[in-house]
Design a protein around this ligand. Structure first.
Ligand SMILES: Nc1ncnc2c1ncn2[C@@H]1O[C@H](COP(=O)(O)OP(=O)(O)OP(=O)(O)O)[C@@H](O)[C@H]1O
Ligand SMILES: [Mg+2]
Length: 257
C-alpha cells in the first residue's frame, strides 16, 4: 500500500477557543473513497476546513500527513497547489470574477508551466457539457445568483478541471434534485481513479448508491465512533445516530470534572 495519501492521527482542533475535534484518526489510501457521516454540528465541516488550512481552525494536538508530509504549517494556497481540493458546503459568491477566469487562475496556480491556455476553453467546455452545465455559466460571476444545484455543479466543475489528488466534498449532494444528483455523481465517478482519494461528507445514504465508498466513518461530537464498509451507511439510515449519541452521553458522564 505504501504511504497513505492522507493520514490523520489524534487530531484535536479548536474553533474560537472551543474544542470541536477531539482526537480524530483516519487514513485514506490513493484510489479510495471514504464517506464521512454524522449529525449536524458533529464537526464534519470543521474537519474539511482544517484539512484545507482555514486560519480559524487551530490544531492543538495530532498530525495531518498528506503523501507523508506534514501539512500543519502549510497555508491554504500551498495545500491547493499541492492537490488538495475542498468543495464547500456553502459556496460563496465572488462578484466581478467569472467562472472561466476563476478556474483559469486556479489552474495556473496549480499547474504552473504545464498549464495550457490554448487548451483551456476546450477543456472547460467539455467539462461543463459532461456535468450538464449551460455554456453561459462560464461568463457568469462565481456563484452569483446561482441556484443551490448550480453552486454544487460549479464545485464539481472546478474539481474536474483542477484534478486534485485529494478531494473533500462537503455535502455536495445537498440541494440537488434527483437528476442533478445522478449527473453530479457520474461526474465524480468519472474522476475516480488510482491516484485520487475522496473524503465524501454526506447525510444521506442515497448518495452512496451512486458513489460507492470503500469505507464509511461515523463522526459524533468530534470523534469517529465507528468505521465500516458501505453497509454501515444502510444501518445509519435505519437506526439514525441515536445509539452513538447515547454512547456520547455515557462517555461524558465518566469524564472526571
Ligand atoms: N467558525 C466557527 N465559529 C464558531 N463555531 C464554529 C465555527 N465553525 C464551527 N463551529 C462549531 O463547531 C461545531 C461543528 O460544526 P461543523 O460545521 O463542523 O458541523 P458539521 O458536522 O459540518 O454539521 P452540518 O451537518 O450541520 O454541516 C458546531 O457546534 C459549530 O457551531
Ligand atoms: Mg457541515
Amino acid at each position: 500500500m505504501g504511504t497513505p495519501l492522507l493520514e490523520i492521527t489524534g487530531l484535536h482542533v479548536l474553533v474560537e477557543g472551543k474544542e470541536i475535534l477531539k482526537g480524530i484518526s483516519l487514513s485514506v489510501e490513493k484510489g479510495q473513497v471514504h464517506a464521512l457521516m454524522g449529525p449536524n454540528g458533529s464537526g464534519k465541516s470543521t474537519l474539511s476546513n482544517t484539512l484545507m488550512g482555514h486560519p480559524k481552525y487551530q490544531v492543538t494536538q495530532g498530525k495531518i500527513l498528506f503523501q507523508g508530509e506534514d501539512l500543519t504549517a502549510l497555508k491554504t494556497d500551498a495545500r491547493a497547489r499541492g492537490g488538495i481540493f475542498l468543495a464547500f458546503q456553502y459556496p460563496t459568491a465572488i462578484q466581478g470574477v467569472s467562472v472561466a477566469n476563476f478556474i483559469r487562475t486556479a489552474m495556473k496556480a496549480r499547474f504552473g508551466e504545464k498549464f495550457q491556455p490554448k487548451e483551456f476553453r476546450k477543456e472547460l467546455k467539455a467539462a461543463m457539457a459532461s456535468l450538464g452545465v449551460d455554456e453561459s455559466f462560464a461568463t457568469r460571476y462565481v456563484n452569483d445568483g446561482f441556484s443551490g444545484g448550480e453552486k454544487k455543479r460549479h464545485e464539481i466543475l472546478q474539481m474536474a478541471m483542477l484534478k486534485p489528488l485529494l478531494a473533500i466534498l462537503d455535502e455536495t449532494d445537498s440541494g440537488l434534485d434527483i437528476d442533478a444528483l445522478r449527473t453530479v455523481s457520474e461526474g465524480i465517478n468519472r474522476l475516480r481513479g488510482p491516484s485520487l482519494g475522496i473524503l465524501l461528507i454526506t447525510h444521506y445514504q442515497r448518495l452512496l448508491n451512486y458513489i460507492e465508498p470503500d469505507v464509511v466513518h461515523v463522526l459524533v461530537d468530534g470523534r469517529i465512533v465507528r468505521s465500516g464498509g458501505k453497509e454501515l451507511a444502510l444501518e445509519l439510515e435505519a437506526k439514525g445516530y441515536a445509539p452513538y449519541e447515547t454512547a456520547k452521553t455515557e462517555q461524558k458522564e465518566t469524564v472526571p470534572q
